[in-house]
Design a protein around this ligand. Structure first.
Ligand SMILES: [Zn+2]
Length: 102
């Protein structure tokens, strides 16, 4: 499938209003970290999972974490750096961190 590409084009966080904050930080299948979604093609009509790209430029199938993961899972440090927010645990909305560009 070719070699990994280091893109220089900027990725931007997918704008999601506060009614959909749960959709902002998703798990890649098989991973425990939460990544900030940059773009996604929702596959279920309810914004729970789909194929997408994260702020750290990973591409794959993404799905919404369960409630305990949203509170406890590590945020991907690269996604946090891309957003300019501290790395740590929990969805930013849950831990009172304001994300840029909502
Ligand atoms: Zn990430």
């Amino acid at each position: 499938m070719g070699e990994p590409t280091q893109t220089t084009k900027g990725v931007t966080p997918l704008p999601l209003d506060n009614d959909h904050w749960r959709c902002r930080w998703l798990h890649l299948d098989g991973g425990l970290e939460m990544h900030r979604v940059s773009s996604i093609e929702w596959q279920d009509g309810e914004m729970i999972y789909g194929d997408g790209v994260t702020m750290c430029e990973r591409r794959g199938h993404l799905h919404m974490p369960g409630i305990f993961s949203r509170m406890d899972a590590d945020r991907c440090p690269q996604c946090c750096a891309a957003l300019g927010i501290p790395s740590g645990q929990g969805a930013p909305f849950n831990v009172d961190i304001d994300e840029p560009q909502q």
